[in-house]
Design a protein around this ligand. Sequence first.
Ligand SMILES: Nc1ncnc2c1ncn2[C@@H]1O[C@H](COP(=O)(O)OP(=O)(O)O)[C@@H](O)[C@H]1O
Ligand SMILES: [Mg+2]
Length: 334
Amino acid sequence: MTQTKDKLIEITDLKKYFAVKGSGLLARRQYVQAVESVSFAIYRGETLGLVGESGCGKSTLGRAIIRLHEPTSGRIVYDGTTIYDSDARIAVPMLPYRRKMQIIFQDPSASLDPRMTVGEIVGEALDIHKICSGKAQRRERINQLLDQVGLNTEHANRFPHEFSGGQQQRVGIARALAVNPEFIVCDEPISALDVSIQSQVVNMLEDLQQEMGLTYLFIAHDISVVRHISNRIGVMYLGNLVELSESYELCNHPIHPYTQTLLSAVPLPDPEKNKTRQRILLEGDIPSPIHPPEGCRFHTRCPYATEKCRRETPAFREYGPGHFAACHMLEAKG
Ligand SMILES: Nc1ncnc2c1ncn2[C@@H]1O[C@H](COP(=O)(O)OP(=O)(O)O)[C@@H](O)[C@H]1O
Ligand SMILES: [Mg+2]
């Protein structure tokens, strides 16, 4: 068992619902249950990959952890301090934690203010957190950050639209690094980039992690993006975390039926094995998170669903060392 002191972040029963207007004449307010009772820990210095189909709640979970979205309920402990607890109604000043926790967004062009220069974008965070004293020190820090992400100091006076997607994402990374964070949510940071530069950005993020001792929650909709860079991987389905394990173990011995499906769609390096391997196809569409299925949320598409799965929500349990999953079939096996 890993000791408590190695846990940088621990979340318990975290929920995030969004209120949305219903349709029709007597439209009642409805809730999108985007994240439903998710519990797990993130260890200091690790990369935790988070995967699942589009719309399953990955971004919402990442944003709720750093309180970019206010959670609906649950608890968040950061480095031993409870920073959110819906039961205790504590009010922890978030500013110091905003500095420790940063995010890199999926779409760099949308996440950079088009009216600000790169220097202003990176410098803004320094100003909010009062990190530099004096203009010279500020300029020097901005130059240092641009250098760290592989940009030139002359780039500071240019606007985001003058850059390629890859360079824009480097600006987004420099902005996240400006405040010397400990933890970064990397929300599909390469999904919007050309395939040819994706690995450059991933390699850079890995180098920065080494240099600065960063902890990452690395979100991807495609498991093949994170399997090599993650120490552990978590799999989400319709707002639930359904499996979590050490990366190699998860990719080679997945125990949840949904993870098995996801992995069966990933091409294998050996083309011969690819030909003979069976791809598991799920029936039906992903249900709406406004009216998610009762019991196990995956039961409507699970090939092994039983009566119990339709009624009861399975607990998220440890089935091997550090290997967690939520599935009644596994409970029955013992
Ligand atoms: N601000 C919001 N208001 C209402 N619904 C939202 C909002 N943000 C996300 N959602 C919904 O929450 C669910 C999860 O979304 P998201 O976290 O973006 O998924 P992912 O990142 O896995 O693609 C989706 O059904 C999405 O439509
Ligand atoms: Mg997302």
